[in-house]
Design a protein around this ligand. Structure first.
Ligand SMILES: [Cu+2]
Length: 90
């Protein structure tokens, strides 16, 4: 039997980089599995402040709403980013 216990990300060709940022939720799209966030600069990745979509789980998507300030951690592969943790920020 094939070992199915490894997460799919382990098979990705490039290694994903983990970073964290703070931003404001601009939109949530449950159908697309995406949260759009206007985030501040991400020094770890050399990213400037920008508004972009992050892949997120249905649980993460329902935990936030547009206009909310959030702190989040994500994994980035190039410009594709997936949220690993998201929480309200003050
Ligand atoms: Cu960005």
């Amino acid at each position: 039997m094939a070992d199915q216990s490894k997460p799919a990300t382990a098979d990705m060709a490039q290694s994903a980089k983990t970073a964290s940022a703070t931003g404001t939720v601009e939109a949530v799209d449950a159908a697309a599995g995406k949260i759009t966030i206007a985030h501040g600069p991400v020094d770890a990745l050399g990213w400037p402040a920008m508004t972009m979509g992050f892949k997120a789980t249905p649980e993460q998507i329902t935990s936030v709403q547009a206009g909310q300030k959030v702190h989040f951690e994500f994994q980035a592969q190039g410009m594709e980013a997936t949220i690993t943790q998201i929480m309200p920020a003050q």
